[in-house]
Design a protein around this ligand. Structure first.
Ligand code: URA
Length: 272
């Protein structure tokens, strides 16, 4: 990970009455600590409080891996892991997940001491300490995730979780039939073997061919090097997806809040 470190978790927990109670200290009022599960779910926008009670009663909600069907259960939203129908629900309201369509020429850094355009310029006014998950070359466009969730970022960048990244590249054609097979079999690069998980030609117009490459590793310039090695130097490169998170038609240079469902998918991909 870059020097853009994840913030530490708050060491205070909230209660139903909106006060902050020090973790580990007894609540001086003697009232029970934590927030009712159905309230946590409704605050997270999952369902109304009534519908959240139904989800709980139907055994569709787990807290730290265990199904909870009792209604009175109180939880600490800062520390628990809650799933509904197997999908992680983000109940901490301090966590931020933003999708950026990084334009060409912008550097994947939170600050640039040479004054070059960088990702940090877009979030200078935000109160959270955000950092980018992985990097794209300055010449590469497309999807970059910004978050203040250090554990998520760490896992998304870790090769053991094998989160797939999808790229569209414009190369000079024609692309020979065996290129996909060669990329899937593995190509020897100067720092070792690299493989694509999948490859396809998306579109071809005269000698301009758009190809899609999916891979789960993140070595520097990996897509450019792979395609150059099979005879197709990249003219333009765009990352279009990270796992189930898609760039869609988001305009270059814009940020958008990642939806609850997309966040859930990201957490699921890295077993959080
Ligand atoms: N592969 C590349 O070659 N460049 C990127 O920015 C990302 C993947």
């Amino acid at each position: 990970m870059s020097s853009d470190q994840a913030p530490r978790r708050s060491d205070a927990v909230g209660d139903d009455r909106g006060r902050r109670v020090g973790r580990g200290e007894p609540d001086p009022t003697g009232l029970p600590e934590g927030i009712r599960l159905q309230k946590v779910l409704s605050k997270a926008g999952i369902a109304s409080r009534r519908a959240a009670e139904d989800l709980i009663a139907q055994g569709r909600v787990t807290v730290d891996g265990a199904v909870v069907t009792e209604m009175g259960r109180r939880v600490d939203p800062d520390t628990v892991s809650i799933h509904v129908d197997g999908m992680r629900v983000i109940v901490r309201d301090d966590l931020v997940h933003l999708a950026l369509n990084k334009p060409r020429g912008m550097h994947s850094t939170m600050s640039d001491d040479r004054g070059r355009s960088c990702v940090g310029d877009l979030v200078v006014d935000r109160p959270e300490r955000l950092f980018h998950v992985g990097r794209l070359d300055a010449d590469t466009e497309g999807l970059l995730l910004l978050t203040n969730d250090g554990e998520l970022a760490h896992r998304l960048m870790h090769p053991s979780f094998e989160v797939l990244k999808t790229y569209r590249a414009e190369v000079r054609g024609p692309v020979a039939r065996d290129v996909g097979r060669r990329l899937r079999a593995g190509v020897e690069l100067e720092d070792g073997l690299a493989k694509a998980d999948s490859f396809r030609v998306v579109d071809a117009y005269a000698d301009r061919v758009m190809v899609e490459v999916v891979l789960h590793e993140g070595r520097k310039h990996i897509v450019r090097r792979l395609l150059a090695e099979v005879g197709h130097p990249v003219r333009r490169l765009v990352r279009t997806a990270i796992g189930e998170l898609r760039l869609g038609d988001q305009r270059p240079g814009t940020l958008r809040r990642v939806s609850r469902r997309e966040v859930g998918e990201l957490y699921k991909a890295v077993e959080l």
